[in-house]
Design a protein around this ligand. Structure first.
Ligand code: CU
Length: 260
């Protein structure tokens, strides 16, 4: 799923392209920006776990709020460029007085603060709905996930089995784990590396920092509609050192009961 920041980058990217083509005057770039945002909203989200719906709703809300702010800012910008262009000499260019300017400043600052505070209250429960301290977490089948100093993921399954990485000729450290579709799991993260990793499964909406001395946990359920043997790749999203990009592996979703 494309993130909120990527939406903004997409808009800026379109803007830069148009500047390069020197056709800025002919093309209404704010329209292109709006189309970009719309494209990002309708981009199919990753609805493969129970976490997806809350995240996706929050994403759409943030995108709409950002789009409205963007339209307002671009609209005002366009208006001022047009109204105070060089050729038009009859526009009123007297500066507003200090008291009015202060009121205006206070008002727009207050509006921005209110919007940010509302978004904070909306985002907070989503962010922490499934990600808690291990002791307080709603628990499913507990799987221990270990980030190592050999740039690999290891698992300890509920039955005590440890899954270790295999190192491929091209130096990838690969660890796969099978999980049952529809079963609720709690991943408890340990770090024996001494430096930070971050466990990321894009298609299941899982992302958790794996920090030395901190046992974060993550409770999730793979959606019932997922097909047997679906593979969800895992990445490390904390730049952790020499073999950062070689920390490979997958969650393999199974419905024959052979999962952890
Ligand atoms: Cu890492």
């Amino acid at each position: 799923m494309l993130s909120f920041i990527e939406v903004i980058f997409t808009c800026q990217y379109n803007y830069i392209i148009m500047c390069n083509w020197k056709i800025m005057k002919k093309v209404n770039f704010s329209l292109i920006a709006i189309i970009s945002i719309f494209f990002n909203i309708i981009n199919p989200a990753s609805a493969n776990s129970n976490l997806s719906e809350n995240y996706d709703n929050l994403f759409v809300l943030l995108t709409i709020v950002s789009a409205l702010v963007l339209i307002l800012v671009l609209g005002l910008w366009g208006y001022f460029i047009y109204e105070f262009r060089e050729e038009k000499q009859d526009s009123d260019r007297t500066p507003i007085n200090h008291a009015t300017a202060r009121k205006l400043e206070f008002t727009w600052t207050a509006i921005a603060v209110v919007i940010v505070v509302i978004l904070m209250f909306v985002s907070y429960p989503v962010l922490f709905s499934e990600t808690n301290n291990a002791e307080e977490a709603e628990t499913g089948t507990e799987v221990v996930v270990i980030g190592t100093n050999g740039w690999a993921w290891r698992y300890i399954l509920p039955n005590g089995t440890q899954l270790n990485e295999t190192i491929s000729p091209d130096e990838n450290r690969v660890t796969d784990i099978k999980l049952n579709i529809g079963e609720t799991y709690t991943f408890v993260f340990y770090n024996i590396a001494g430096f930070i990793h971050s466990y990321y499964v894009e298609e299941l909406n899982i992302k958790m920092d794996v920090v030395p001395g901190v046992n974060n946990s993550y409770t999730f359920t793979i959606d019932q509609n997922i097909e047997h043997d679906t593979v969800f790749p895992i990445l490390c999203t904390e730049f952790c050192g020499q073999y950062h990009s070689n920390m490979k592996g997958s969650i393999i979703a199974v419905n024959d009961g052979s999962g952890a």
